[in-house]
Design a protein around this ligand. Structure first.
Ligand code: SF4
Ligand SMILES: [Zn+2]
Length: 362
């Protein structure tokens, strides 16, 4: 991909900020490497029902894209949670077991079915993050637990190969599996120039087909309001991305409104008042304009925004009632997958007029 001068300037800036974030990291105490970054149970939309998610965030050495020459994606600050040195197989296994054993009783005694999400803020299939041994151990444990009906792992597309998928399928015979991929947008220019993702849409399509051949589902993340787009541009980009991905037959689309993470280019723009996270109004507009009943029969639409209703996450005017009603509406839609929820009259707040004016400029 040819880089022009402004791109090179941006790349230098991204790398500089990333380096500063990396310098601030310190090696964690050995015991800290035996527990995951975080894990929780929460209500969630399963394929055909409302159930619960069991999410485990493993701590690894970090995402290869972020650690490499590229400097990583412009909105992603996950590298701050990673450990400087390699986290070995034994540590990863202990982390997983710690979370698993802490929740197994609760899961078994719950009436709901579960979707297990094993995330590592990088690529599950990158053996520098999760070794073969750790991967196989995780599969073995998951297969034991009947209440887990769905399994989601994340990976950059360069690590998704037929071999990895066959191994996954062979080990998790009775689960619905989805590989989550950060596509962010179907627009190559926005993805690679504004988000610095280093991925072409055509390459994603190739991987999607490999997943389909292996009978494995694909979940895609879309970024709502990448840097350098105004609110209206972000709405248009997200609508066209949803339509395109539904046409391609992905199983799930999860919309991630940008939240301001530490040590990122997006944070630096935010500090200079050159970036504002998206409004809820925009997200609802995207959902209403891009979806219908028929599309929702084949594709699950999720959105569980980090930092929702705070200054650094998706928000309207930050007035309590306004934020609460918007967040409730979003949650209700995600759980029910019912478009009627979006048509219900919203809390009438004066900020809508301000939004309509601002969306063309910011
Ligand atoms: S968004 Fe994903 S690919 Fe990009 S730097 Fe973060 S973890 Fe890596
Ligand atoms: Zn408001």
């Amino acid at each position: 991909m040819k880089k022009v001068e402004s791109d090179l300037f941006l790349l230098e800036k991204i790398k500089h900020l990333r380096q500063r974030a990396l310098n601030k990291r310190s090696n964690l105490r050995p015991q800290a490497l035996e527990q995951p970054i975080s894990f929780w149970l929460k209500k969630d939309r399963l394929l055909n029902e409302i159930g619960q998610e069991f999410t485990i965030i493993l701590r690894t050495k970090g995402c290869s894209w972020s650690l490499g020459e590229s400097g990583g994606c412009t909105m992603c600050g996950y590298i701050q949670d990673a450990n400087i040195e390699n986290v070995n197989s034994g540590n990863i296994i202990k982390q997983f077991d710690y979370a698993f054993n802490s929740k197994i009783k609760e899961i078994n005694s719950d009436e709901d079915n579960f979707s297990l999400k094993v995330f590592n803020s990088g690529s599950f299939f990158d053996e520098n993050e999760i070794s073969d041994e750790a991967r196989l151990h995780i599969y073995e444990k998951i297969e034991e637990l009947d209440k887990i009906k769905e399994v989601v792992i994340e990976s950059r597309i360069e690590y998704i190969t037929s071999d990895r998928l066959t191994e996954l399928k062979d080990n998790l015979k009775n689960k619905h599996i989805e590989i989550a991929i950060g596509v962010e947008t179907v627009n190559d220019y926005i993805r690679n120039h504004y988000i610095n993702k280093g991925m072409l849409f055509n390459d994603f399509k190739t991987v999607l087909n490999i997943c389909k051949e292996n009978n494995i589902g694909v979940k895609t993340y879309l970024l709502l309001k990448p840097p350098f787009l105004n609110e209206q541009g972000a709405i248009d980009d997200c609508i066209s991305s949803i339509n395109n991905l539904i046409d391609l037959g992905v199983n799930t689309i999860s919309i991630n409104p940008v939240n301001i993470q530490k040590g990122t280019l997006v944070e630096s723009l935010y500090m200079q008042n050159r970036y504002r996270p998206p409004w809820y109004y925009s997200l609802f507009k995207v959902l209403k304009k891009s979806l219908d009943k028929d599309k929702l029969k084949h594709t699950r639409i999720l959105s569980d925004p980090s930092g929702a209703s705070t200054k650094r996450g998706i928000h309207n005017c930050l007035k309590r009632e306004c934020e609460k009603s918007s967040l409730n509406k979003l949650r209700e839609f995600v759980l029910s997958q019912d478009l009627n929820v979006l048509d219900e009259p919203e809390y009438e707040c004066g900020c809508k007029r301000q939004y309509q004016f601002e969306k063309l400029f910011h």
